[in-house]
Ligand binder design. Structure first.
Ligand SMILES: NC(=O)C1=CN([C@@H]2O[C@H](COP(=O)(O)OP(=O)(O)OC[C@H]3O[C@@H](n4cnc5c(N)ncnc54)[C@H](O)[C@@H]3O)[C@@H](O)[C@H]2O)[C@@H](O)CC1
Ligand SMILES: Nc1ncnc2c1ncn2[C@@H]1O[C@H](COP(=O)(O)OP(=O)(O)O)[C@@H](O)[C@H]1O
Ligand SMILES: [K+]
Length: 460
């Protein structure tokens, strides 16, 4: 699990560290890391241009230019604000034979030291024009300039980084925006209590049956999904639950025939009242928002077991706030909105997706999984994680139905709701990657790749 810290917290941690280390040493460590990665990217080529802004980010770039000069690289620097360029960095750079120029030229690599942690808004016009003229790969110092460090928001011109070299710890931009390959350089910073986390494969403890388990002890998943109009949503959600864990899946609803035909191992009934006992319910995919769906959602919320509410269930909760009263507040609830469903429930997502999900989680006393290329999971206790997709192939119809089934199976298997949502998001991305393999994949293909994803997770 890797931590991510907001810039204010990083700045105060840096200040504490700077008070006890020799002046300038942090910047030189950071810059040395930049130069090391630049040399790797250059692999023998020899021309670099630095884009140098007015703050310490520009200072890092100038010191990196100094180290590169000492390795025989030809380095030129464009100073965006010559009067405010980092004085020590600039004199070291000049001493080492670095040249000050006005144009980017035709370097093999450009180093973006325009702005770092103190960035606000997109690139200003002069910086934007320079970046526009770059043809070489760009190595961003700390973060790609023009992208908001705390939200990843892009609201105008920005740097498209091939690689980002950052220092001490990850900041939200690295999890929420495309920064190319991100490398972390140790400068001795040891912040604690991250603002949110990123899951790694090794963090994921998928439920595995033991010798004394039978089909019931592993948790039975109930699925209340689909309708005469949308039987496919039920097939995908139920199938994902069947494939995600061992044990048993019960289906209750109008798509029972389609489910029996595709998933003979499920126990099917037409109505939720005959469904039998389950340890978690998946509700919402393809149910529609009519009065019978309203009744199903109410029954599920009253059942006293963990619930994952997706799609139409979220719309119903937004339209009929009295439905919330059906829920025992101590029973875990996971809500999995995409942006439009989120807006119906809690208002516009806004630019800070992590803050939006966190606020909604607290408001609804539920785990909120906000879907997207970068999925955010937030718990009512304030925990949050971000899971990035490796491609956009999962943006396909029915893909969310698959996710809901995986979450349901993990909840039924006793995985704590925040982690159930996080593990499911991770496995969903991995299944999509394995199934797509560089070409479009339908949601049913993504679903069928769930076992391969779990195998890959368990091998790591
Ligand atoms: N504080 C520390 O101990 C360390 C800081 N380091 C570096 O210092 C950076 C932070 O430095 P600063 O706080 O001095 O600030 P920055 O260098 O991030 O930026 C400050 C300057 O950028 C300008 N600016 C802001 N938004 C802009 C935009 N959209 N377009 C163009 N220019 C813009 C501002 O006018 C300001 O003068 C980090 O990102 C990192 O690169 C590293 O040297 C490691 C150690
Ligand atoms: N651009 C994207 N890149 C990667 N994954 C995405 C992207 N957009 C959406 N997703 C993922 O695809 C799924 C879509 O779910 P959803 O919108 O509910 O679709 P549906 O209702 O058709 O099942 C979610 O898991 C979401 O995180
Ligand atoms: K930068």
């Amino acid at each position: 699990m890797r931590g991510v810290w907001h810039t204010e917290r990083v700045k105060s941690a840096e200040e504490e560290l700077m008070a006890v280390v020799p002046p300038g040493s942090l910047m030189r460590k950071a810059a040395f890391g930049v130069a090391t990665h630049a040399l790797r990217l250059l692999s023998g080529r020899r021309r670099v241009t630095l884009l140098v802004g007015a703050g310490n980010n520009g200072g890092d770039a100038l010191w990196a230019g100094y180290f590169l000069r000492r390795r025989g690289v030809g380095v030129s620097a464009i100073l965006l604000n010559p009067a405010k360029a980092h004085a020590e960095g600039l004199s070291a750079f000049r001493r080492a034979g670095g040249r000050i120029v006005d144009e980017v030229g035709t370097p093999d690599l450009v180093i973006d030291g325009i702005v770092g942690l103190s960035a606000r808004g997109p690139l200003r016009p002069d910086a934007a024009a320079l970046v526009e003229s770059v043809r070489a790969p760009i190595l961003a110092v700390d973060l790609p300039s023009g992208i908001d460090p705390d939200t990843g928001e892009i609201s105008g011109p920005f740097v498209r980084a091939h690689t980002t070299v950052t220092f001490g710890c990850l900041k939200p931009v690295h999890a929420l925006a495309d920064c190319g390959d991100v490398h972390l350089v140790d400068i001795g910073l040891r912040p604690t209590d991250p603002d949110f986390v990123l899951l790694d494969r090794s963090d994921i403890a998928w439920p595995v049956p033991g010798p004394s388990d039978d089909k019931y002890t592993q948790g039975v998943t109930g699925v209340a999904a689909g309708s005469a109009t949308y039987p496919g949503a039920a097939v995908l959600s139920t199938g994902a639950a069947v494939l995600a864990t061992s044990g048993m899946v019960r289906y209750a609803g109008p798509a029972a025939d389609a489910i029996r035909a595709r998933w003979p191992e499920t126990i099917c009934t037409g109505s939720i009242t005959d469904a039998g006992r389950v340890q978690a319910w998946v509700v919402g995919p393809g149910t529609g928002t009519g009065s019978s769906s309203d009744g199903v959602l109410r029954s599920v919320l009253e059942a006293g077991v963990p619930v994952i509410a997706d799609a139409d269930a979220i719309t119903l909760l937004a339209q009929h706030p009295t439905l919330w009263d059906a829920r025992d507040p101590d029973t875990p609830l996971v809500l999995t909105p995409h942006d439009r469903e989120f807006e119906r429930l809690a208002g516009p997502v806004g630019v800070d997706r992590v803050a939006a999900a966190r606020k909604a989680a607290q408001r609804f006393n539920a785990v909120v999984l906000l879907k997207g290329h970068r999925t955010v999971v937030a718990a009512p206790d304030g925990r949050a994680l971000v899971n990035s997709a490796t491609s956009s192939w999962p943006a396909t119809a029915g893909s969310g139905d698959v996710l809901s089934g995986i979450i349901g199976a993990l909840l039924a298997g006793g995985v704590e709701p925040f982690l159930a949502a996080g593990y499911a998001a991770y496995a969903h991305v991995l299944a999509a990657e394995l199934a797509a393999d560089g070409a479009p994949v339908p949601a049913s293909g993504l679903m069928e790749a769930i076992p391969a994803a779990i195998r890959a997770l368990r091998r790591s």
